[in-house]
Unconditional design. Structure first.
Length: 79
């Protein structure tokens, strides 16, 4: 079992966050509206793969093929 972690957007991701996600996490953070409250990321693990979800609903994960995927929580993952 792997435990998740939380951190504030704009901060260095904790060591538990795989390097493969860092570039996309930073890209999502660059698109955050200036002056808005700073959201937080939550890292969890699903079927052994990392899932980073921002309070805004943006999800950054690794799919079965190993590709990093960015989606929003209102999108159907299996569409």
């Amino acid at each position: 079992m792997q435990l998740g972690t939380r951190w504030t957007a704009g901060e260095q991701p904790p060591a538990a966050v795989p390097d493969a996600l860092h570039e996309q996490l930073a890209a999502v953070e660059r698109d955050l509206p200036p002056g808005a409250p700073t959201p937080r990321w939550t890292l969890t693990w699903l079927e052994g793969r990392p899932v980073a979800e921002l309070d805004t609903g943006v999800i950054v994960t690794v799919d079965r093929s190993g590709a990093v995927v960015v989606r929003h929580d209102d999108e159907d993952e299996f569409a």
